[in-house]
Design a protein around this ligand. Sequence first.
Ligand SMILES: [Zn+2]
Length: 83
Amino acid sequence: MPCEQFVAFQDDRGVHDGNSKCGCGRLSRLQVAGKSGKVKSRGLHYVCAMGGCGFYAPATDDRGEQYGLSEGLLDMFVQLKLI
Ligand SMILES: [Zn+2]
């Protein structure tokens, strides 16, 4: 495990049955992209839940477009502990 990783997830927030498996063979974690100036919605994506590998996969709809959350929806998702 690379030591430059600053990752210490201790809960299973965002880890749902049906998520893709990461390189460690575990369920990945659904996350939302960090806030960045011009982007209105934040992209949802899956990452390694344990930080043990560099797994990354965008969460996409049927058309292959990445799901995005507006700030309002983001608050709701966080409160519901979906992400
Ligand atoms: Zn992994």
